[in-house]
Design a protein around this ligand. Sequence first.
Ligand SMILES: NC(=O)c1ccc[n+]([C@@H]2O[C@H](COP(=O)([O-])OP(=O)(O)OC[C@H]3O[C@@H](n4cnc5c(N)ncnc54)[C@H](OP(=O)(O)O)[C@@H]3O)[C@@H](O)[C@H]2O)c1
Length: 263
Amino acid sequence: MQQLQRVLVTGASSGIGRAIAALLAEKGYTVTGTSRDPDKIRDKICGLRYLALDMQDPESIDRLAAEVQDTDILINNAGQSQIGPLEEVPMEKIRELFEINFFGLLRLSKALIPAMRRRRKGMIINVSSMSGVFGVAYTPVYCSTKFALEGLSRSLRQELAPFGIRVVLIQPGYIATGIRQEALFSSDSEYYKRLSAFKTIRDRNIEKGADPGLIAKKVLKVLQLKHPKPAYPAGGDAPVLAFMIRILPARLVEYFQRKKFKA
Ligand SMILES: NC(=O)c1ccc[n+]([C@@H]2O[C@H](COP(=O)([O-])OP(=O)(O)OC[C@H]3O[C@@H](n4cnc5c(N)ncnc54)[C@H](OP(=O)(O)O)[C@@H]3O)[C@@H](O)[C@H]2O)c1
């Protein structure tokens, strides 16, 4: 199997990205991790090179891409979340989340693919979410960014296969990280009561979620596969939800999910 060695992990300062970067560095990969402000990272991983990347700043993306043209494995992980009913989320906030979770990732991938294509080898791992598989109430924008990523990933996978580049989605369930979830709703909203109940349950699910190391282990496993599948649900409730989606009528899964979140 082709030897892929140099890894770029976006959003490696905390949570899932940090766990992936730490495990891959421990396993001997040459890892570069990103953060909007690498100088502020207090618990740096030994042996890791940190570079700056702000997904909302195209120049920052281009600068990083120019420095890491030798990347064999791109792990698109950096991201944020949002909670709010669509009608109350301002358009600029919708655009902002798309820049962070989707357009920034797309720009970085576009900038690194040509070199991978010329080398006839490479891998792109996109950290999506079960929110990219199943729509969840009160997070319509977050879900949309992840559904967009699912489409991009599955299409690229076929486009890049002839050049020896593998493209894979990792779909985490609830993972215990400090993921930023901007709350965009008002207390006099007609959604408020249901939304507050939903947020309490969602916050608790994340707090009690799986260890980010579980996602790192899944990524390592996928890196070692010659013919990986298009997508891997992993951690928390992801495998069970993915199974339910596969075998149950969609309306029944919706019913269970609404009940679970009191939505
Ligand atoms: N936690 C979960 O339950 C869960 C579930 C499903 C999917 N996910 C996905 O997993 C990925 C990682 O999230 P996490 O839970 O590990 O959250 P996290 O601990 O907050 O990590 C997010 C990472 O993204 C970086 N980041 C945030 N905004 C950025 C921006 N504008 N430009 C560049 N980098 C930025 C952060 O780095 P700096 O702040 O240092 O820049 C940080 O390293 C996300 O894509 C998320 O959607 C998480």
